[in-house]
Design a protein around this ligand. Structure first.
Ligand SMILES: *Cc1c(COP(=O)(O)O)cnc(C)c1O
Length: 376
């Protein structure tokens, strides 16, 4: 018999999503825009206190338009987190700008303020700093913001993985000049696919909406004085998002409980360490991850293989951007003075554990049992 599949992080639907989608069908607001889009933007703005929001069809599109607003282009340097998913930096290349990868630090696995300082010594005038909150853990925002302010460089927060996480009581994504969220399939809430641009500046959200709808000038005929994009979220998708947002706090509580359960279960194994949480923040614990001590003979691959045998899904840590063939020509600013990389070390020794909020106590017991077997 096929073993039950245990997922890394699959969509969890509640029924409210269907209600909003049904409403869209009933009123024939199937396309293009409609009341769900406006309401979803308003509800995200109210939940995060971000000011203004623009609903797009992906988080990647939101990053792209953030860079567009700042005018990043040929010859411009953008400092970006090195330990992340490629979607954080692909848009830098869409605009022919130059990414410079900033290493992670060990305390939160996010952009190192020390490495960022050193990057400014080498490249004094970057167009932007693009900082990720990895796996839902807030970066060291006070330090990073202070450096950005000192150099008068805008901060873009890639909060794709950290919707619902706060830093000193304020939502991640709302600290920078611009912030972005993702509603991709495995994120903490999902619209099947989608993203949100957020900013305290109303003009910015308006401009993003304009660019995302083919940059049509206000005229009766079709008039365009800029290149536009087809990046807007649909009314059906936004309906799913509205239903999901109602359950975000519940998802966060369950994700945190999963993290806690792993932490307690592995507390007596000195070779195992859970991914760090920022003590100045409250993380949504989107994915629970762990690292294995350097001197230990157990490897992440061994654990991932053993779990896969039982039809349990895991994922390696994101492979750092400076190690990606597609970005090989770009500069990397390491955390360590000796040139070694914290992100690479985390990648070598870490893995993402199943963090699906539908996991039963039996599922969690099974996963924990398999991992523990390696350390007897
Ligand atoms: C998911 C993700 C994105 C991209 O979001 P999409 O909605 O899939 O385009 C960007 N950055 C990070 C860190 C992500 O995890």
């Amino acid at each position: 018999m096929e073993k039950k599949r245990i997922y890394l992080s699959s969509p969890t639907m509640h029924g409210d999503e269907q209600r909003y989608v049904q409403e869209a069908f009933d009123t024939n607001w199937v396309a293009p825009l409609g009341p769900n889009v406006n309401a979803f933007e308003k509800e995200i703005a109210e939940y995060t206190h971000c000011g203004y929001a623009a609903a797009l069809d992906s988080g990647t599109a939101a990053i792209h338009l953030s860079l567009k607003l700042l005018g990043a282009g040929q010859g411009d340097v953008v400092f970006v987190s090195d330990l992340t998913f490629s979607a954080s930096c692909n848009p830098i290349r869409y605009e022919n700008a130059t990414p410079v990868f900033i290493d992670a630090e060990p305390d939160t696995w996010n952009m190192s303020p020390e490495a960022l300082k050193r990057a400014f010594e080498k490249y004094p005038h970057p167009k932007a700093v693009l900082c990720v909150h990895l796996y839902g853990t807030p970066a060291k925002l006070d330090e990073i913001m202070a450096i950005c302010e000192e150099h008068h460089v805008p901060l873009i927060e890639d909060a794709a993985e950290s919707l619902g996480s706060t830093y000193k009581g304020r939502h991640t994504g709302t600290f920078g000049t611009y912030g972005i969220y993702s509603f991709n399939g495995n994120k903490i809430i999902t619209t099947s696919g989608g993203g949100m641009f957020v900013s305290a500046r109303e003009e910015a959200a308006k401009k993003v909406t304009f660019l995302a709808t083919q940059a049509r000038d206000p005229a009766r005929h079709y008039q365009h004085s800029q290149i536009g994009y087809n990046y807007r979220m649909s009314n059906i998708t936004a309906g799913i998002g509205r239903g999901q947002l109602m359950h975000l706090e519940e998802h966060k509580a369950k994700k945190k409980a999963i993290y806690e359960q792993y932490r307690e279960a592995f507390a007596d194994i000195p070779e195992l360490t859970m991914n760090p949480l920022n003590p100045d923040g409250d993380a949504n614990c989107w994915l629970s991850c762990m690292t294995i001590a350097e001197e230990c003979k157990v490897t992440p691959d061994m654990i991932m293989d053993a779990l896969a045998e039982e039809n349990i899904e895991t994922r390696p840590i994101w492979k750092p951007m400076h190690l990606q063939p597609v970005f090989a020509e770009y500069d990397f600013i390491p955390y360590n003075e000796d040139g070694s990389s914290v992100g690479e070390d985390i990648f070598d020794r870490g893995l993402c554990l199943p963090s699906d909020i539908k996991n039963t106590p039996e599922d969690m017991g099974l996963i924990i049992g398999i991992v523990r077997r390696f350390f007897r």
